[in-house]
Structures are given as C-alpha cells and as structure tokens.
Design a protein around this ligand. Sequence first.
Ligand code: ADP
Length: 336
Amino acid sequence: LRMVSSEPQGNEQVSDEQLRPHSLEGFIGQPTLKAQLQLFLDAARKRDVPPDHILLAGPPGLGKTTLAMIVAQELGVPIRVTSGPAIQHAGDLASILSSLDTGEVLFIDEIHRLPRPAEELLYIAMEDFRVDVMVGKGPGASSIPLTLPRFTAIGATTREGMLPSPLRARFGFTAHLDFYPHEELERLIERSAKVLGVSLGSGSAEKLSMRSRGTPRIANRLLRRVRDWAVVHDLSEVTPGNVEDALELYQVDSAGLDRLDLAVLQAMVKRFDGGPVGLNNLSAMVGEEAETVETVCEPYLVREGFLARTPRGRVATEKAWHHLGVEPPDDVNKLF
Ligand code: ADP
C-alpha cells in the first residue's frame, strides 16, 4: 500500500466521510468551478426544476464524490449512489432508474466503466426521461416504455476520454477538477485538523500540504498518520519537525515522493545517466510492472518537473538530479 496513492485504502471511505464538507461554501479551493456550479444550481432553484445533468472529470481523490453529495444537499434532494463497475447488466440500471423520485440525484461513479448496453439505456433516460423495460424472453419478448420522473444524473470519471461522445453530450455541465495548489491544501488540512482534533503548530499544515501531491485525499491521509504520531508521542501540538519525523517513518519525502518514485529517479540518474530510457527497462530496474510506473509514478513526476517524456524515452531533469543530491552533467538540459 502506498501512502501517496490517490485511491481510497482500507476503510478510508468511512474516514473520508467524516472529513467531507457538506456545503459548497465548505468545499475548499477550485473557485472557478464553485462559482459555475453555484450559478447552475441557483438558476435551477429559481426556475424550480431539477438541474441539468452534471459530469465531474478529474483524477481520483480531488473531490468528485464530495461535490455530488454537496449538489444534492444544496438542492435539498436525496442522492442515490452507484458506479459503473457495480452495474453489470442494463437491467440493474433500469431498476435503479425506475425507482428514482422526482428531482433525485443519481450519482454514477466511474461512469466510463458502465457496460455498453447500460450506457445506451442511460443516455435515453437522461435525454427523454424514459426507459424501455423488456418483458418476457425469447421471440415473444417485447419492450414497454416507462416514463421516469425528472432526475439529475451526476457522473464522475477519471477518464473523460473513454466516455462515448453521445453520452458526454448529454451532460449540461461538465466540471474539470484539477490538482490543488499548496495554499488550498493547506487550508484543507487546517480544516480537517479541526475536525480530527489535531492541534497543528505554525508551519505544520504547510509542510503537510507540500507532500500531498495536490490531492485532498492524500492530504487527509497524511494528516491522519501525523495524528497517530502525535497520539503515540503525547504531543499537545504538532510542529513542522514532528510532521517531518512522522512522514519520514512512512517514507514520504519533502516533495511528496515515496520509495517507488525515488527508486525510479535513482534508476534513471544512477543506472542510465539521466536517460533517455524506455519504460520497460526502467520498470524492470525498479522491479515494478510497467503499468504501475506509468500510471502511478510518472504523472506526478512529470507534473512536478522531475521527469520528462521524450520520443526517445524518459529523461531525468536537472531538478531530479538535485533532488537526489547528485550533481547533474553539464549537458543535462540537452537531453531533451
Ligand atoms: P473523488 O470522488 O474525486 O475520488 P472524494 O470526493 O471522495 O474524491 O474526496 C476524497 C476526500 O477528500 C474526502 O474525504 C473529501 O472530503 C476530501 N475532499 C476532496 N475535495 C475537497 C475539498 N475541495 N474541500 C474539502 N475536502 C475535500
């Protein structure tokens, strides 16, 4: 298990629940998105109709589920929660749809993983508020159209590009969530610390925010580990030094890199002279699956400027050499 994974781990969904803000106002950061959503909801409220369908796109752990719940809360309507992988047959979705109440929010997490037939059923339902229910089997089977109450679908996806365009086109509002800047994460950590009853000394939230990879879920997880540290060491207040000690134990470094990220950079710098190196060679060197290196490590390393992708392979940047405390060669920037 990686401390810096952006997917929920163990029973984290339960503890995530405790830290979820319940209003748009309590939702930290993403000011543009919040303003757009606020207007969208206000307009629907004023017109007294359920709002149009909403698509939330972005990497895991950035607040898609939280926003869906906030939308329902702000509208004062119930929310039904399901996910692409949970729906195996179109019929599963038909029965959920036909049991919705007027105005209800239907949240479909990982909507890009809905099976094809369910996807087709969904976009008819979203467009025409109707499902065709199959009655009987074999040659005698027939379909009966069933009118649905007006509802609001909220889809969440980490892979917007995988959604077929007819389905994507049925959302009246698409929000893209982006990684959070350090200052926003700092505020988020301060808020979570209050909820968890952790007293953070000056500079501690900032230190934590720098290691959280722009991701609220990771920020909250690191904070919980720091809380463990404070409890065990009987600390009445957590100093930046305590944060450092606690996270060192969990092998998360000052830039939010963990063992695997560092192994990748070490291999590039020490074994391949900074690259270029192919993904398969690199993965073999660190003893990981290529897919893990590509989807788990690289996006963050690239985003933070430690690694660059070139047509000839991966290249360690000057920043990577310095981060490992190794003097880069003079021509380091000529590598890419
Ligand atoms: P996603 O659905 O995108 O994977 P979640 O909505 O489950 O992410 O968020 C993960 C955790 O981070 C939750 O505990 C949530 O409360 C917290 N969180 C995410 N975004 C924010 C935010 N903008 N403000 C406060 N907490 C947030």
